[in-house]
Structures are given as C-alpha cells and as structure tokens.
Design a protein around this ligand. Structure first.
Ligand code: NAD
Length: 371
C-alpha cells in the first residue's frame, strides 16, 4: 500500500500530512510518497519528510504510483486516475461538477467534510479541527484591524471600555471565537438558532441572546436548519439592536449544503461605529452579511468587512498537524489488515462520494439530480 501526499493548489498553504504523521504510518509498514515541495508553505521541508521515512517524488510519480492520494482540495487533481482512492475535503454539496468524471474513472473518493458527526467520528472531524482555528484567528485578525483595545484599560491617560464583540453562530468556530475574545478581555454577545448551545456560550462567559420560535433541529441530528421568514425577521431585529453597540462581529452561521443565512443587512452595518470590524467566516457559502465579498475586504460606511473562509490556512503548521491527525485516524479505519478497503463501517460509507463507477452518496446524488 502506497499513500501519496500531493502539493496543494497555489492558494493553499496547508498540506494534508506533516512529516510527524508520516513517521507513524511508516512504523505500520505503509509506504509514503510525498510530492516534492508539498509541505514548504506549512514549514515542513522535503528533508523533514525524508527523515520521517517518506520518499520524495515528482507529482507525476505520486499521481501514477500511489494507491491512496491525499490532498485537501480537488482543484488540481486530474480526472485520469483510474481506480485510485482520493481522500480530502472536496465539499461535494457545493462542488459536484467533476464527480461524474471521477465516477467514470472508477475513482473511490472520500470527502471528510461529509463524515457523519457522531462521537466516534470526532477524532477524524476535519471540519471541527479547522473551524476551531478559524474562530481563534478571526478574533486575532479583528483585534489587529480594530482601532480599539480589546481589554478594559485604566491608565493615567484615561480609561478605555472593553471591546464589545458579537458572535453570530456558536458552532465550533463561534465557540472558539467567544473563548478567544473573552481571553482578550472583551464583552461578548452571541446568537445561535440552536438553544442547546446556550449553556456552552454562558460557560465561556458570553451572553446568549434568545430569539423565540427557532425551527426544531432535533430531527436534523442537532445541526442548523433553514428558518422561517418570520423567525429571520425577528432575529434580524434583535441582531440590529446588538450590532449597533458592537465593535467587532464574527459571523460564522452556516447551514450545511445551503447558502449561509443572511443575518446582517447593509443598513444594520451603517449604524455601527466607524472602525468597527466584521469577520465573515461564512463568506465562501454566500456570507452572513449583505456586503460580504468572498476573499475580499470591503469598507462599508467606515466599517471593515472581511470575507474569509480560509483562515485555517493562515496557521498552516498546526492546521496541517491537526488535519493530518484526522486523516491518519481515518486511514486506520479504512485500511483493512490485508491492505484492502474496509467499507463495512458506517463512517466510511457516510463520507464515500464516488465508488465502483458511480456517485454513491445519497445527499450528493440528490444535489446532482436537482441541479
Ligand atoms: P456550522 O459551521 O455548520 O454552523 C455554525 C453555527 O451557525 C451553528 O452553531 C449553527 O447552529 C449556527 N446557525 C445556523 N443558522 C443560524 C442563524 N440563522 N442564526 C444564528 N446562528 C445560526 O456548525 P459546526 O461548527 O459545524 O457545528 C454544528 C453542530 O455540530 C454543533 O452542535 C457541534 O457541537 C456539532 N458537532 C458535532 C461533532 C461530532 O460529534 N463529531 C463535531 C463537530 C460539531
């Protein structure tokens, strides 16, 4: 069994496996081939991989010779990889155009963002490991851009009130943003449609603002679902009151497979103090504000609005370390004793997108069918 680590597209600084994860695989008698320069942007050199027991190869060699190919993104992967196994974060609910080609090539693809989010899957949950970084970096980025202090300051030159931070969406990224903002001394208010997160928000020192009548998530495995027009209007009113006093907004609200909910209008931003900062982590799926532009920073009536869903890539070493650990745990699950693929496991089935000449994931099939 040969596992190949591919260099990511130019926009990505992470790598799917660091040298330290290679050591563990080599100990298990798995051969690892790494594309030359794959880890450079994550501060892991070819020499580090070699020391860990990997073989440094050209891209063509890795693509042609490895049985399992690891890469975070699908962008630069050619469609001619008959019978290979691919593992990455391919976001098939949003990008499905290439899947027919993969199926035709009998490529078996596993997209780790589709892993069922059960307790057993936690050690492989790339969405959580990366969202945690995004929440942390969102606050640091906001603190860097803000013209204000985060902590309260009592100095001989006068007093400064603590920054007021508003968090929209208290999933993994939102909870880490709350914790990081609190560590820096900010006062934090939080909105989420899932009442279950209220206690977690309060235990981190945030104030949870409730809006009555959110859609029941109990049949969606605890995940967010789309809300009624009436709920969204009442929620927007409450967010408008809160945003008017906020210096920083970190927007993380997402609904898997859908456009991100639009929670903040341009009129709401217009009443914020000049120099306020909004970091929109939902930018790649449409953004939580009306003015967000993905991968851009816009200035709206004196407010800085950063649309960035790729913050984990700004901390490439630890992001790759955690991602690689998730992948290694997943590899342990799928590789059987004889080097065969273990399809019996619910988690393996749950994130398999193409196999045996077909798109096999039900949700992805629905999306392709309905255009
Ligand atoms: P996410 O990135 O999909 O969404 C972020 C947050 O936005 C969620 O908390 C969601 O409820 C919220 N949101 C959606 N619409 C909203 C709206 N209109 N207004 C305000 N907030 C809105 O979420 P996530 O970080 O991936 O986590 C979602 C859930 O999954 C959490 O309960 C988390 O604990 C759980 N989870 C489970 C596992 C596991 O068991 N393996 C792993 C990770 C997360």
């Amino acid at each position: 069994m040969i596992i190949g680590v591919l260099k990511e597209p130019a926009f990505e600084s992470r790598v799917s496996l660091l040298a330290e994860a290679v050591t563990a695989l080599v100990k298990k008698k798995v051969e690892v081939w790494v594309e030359a320069g794959a880890g450079i942007s994550a501060y892991c050199g070819d020499d580090d991989y070699s020391k860990a027991g990997a073989s440094i190869r050209s891209r063509g060699d890795v693509l042609g010779g490895a049985d399992i190919l690891l890469s975070i993104h699908y962008n630069d992967i050619p469609g001619t990889l008959e019978h290979k196994v691919l593992i990455g974060v391919y976001q098939p609910l949003y990008n499905s155009a290439h899947l027919a080609v993969w199926a035709k090539q009998h490529i078996t693809s596993f997209s780790l963002d589709m892993l069922p989010r059960t307790t057993r899957a936690q050690s492989m949950d790339v969405l959580s490991s990366q969202a945690n970084i995004a929440g942390y970096k969102a606050i640091l980025l906001a603190a860097g851009l803000s013209p204000h202090y985060f902590p309260m300051m009592m100095t001989a030159a006068g007093s400064i009130a603590p920054a007021k931070v508003l968090i929209l969406g208290a999933g993994v990224a939102g909870l880490q943003a709350i914790a990081t903002a609190r560590r820096l001394g900010a006062v934090v208010e939080v909105f989420d449609t899932r009442p279950a997160v209220k206690e977690e928000v309060m235990s981190l020192g945030g104030k949870f603002i409730e809006v009555e009548g959110a859609a029941d998530v109990s049949r969606a495995g605890g995940y967010a679902v789309e809300q009624s027009e009436d709920f969204l209007q009442r929620q927007q009113q409450k967010i408008a009151e809160s945003i008017a006093r906020a210096d920083i907004v970190v927007a993380t609200a997402q609904i898997p497979g859908n456009r991100a909910p639009l929670l903040v209008t341009s009129a709401m931003i217009a009443v914020m103090r000049k120099g306020s900062v909004i970091i929109d982590l939902a930018a790649a799926t449409g953004g939580n504000t009306e003015v967000t532009r993905n991968n851009e920073t816009v200035f709206h009536k004196g407010v800085i609005v950063v649309g960035n869903s790729a913050l984990p890539a700004t901390m490439p070493y630890d992001a790759s370390k955690l991602y690689g650990k998730n992948v290694s745990n997943f590899l342990q699950l799928i590789i059987g004793k004889e080097g065969d693929l273990n399809f019996g496991d619910e988690l393996v089935k749950g994130c398999c997108i193409t196999h045996d000449g077909k798109v096999v994931h039900e949700k992805v099939k629905d999306i392709i069918k309905n255009g």
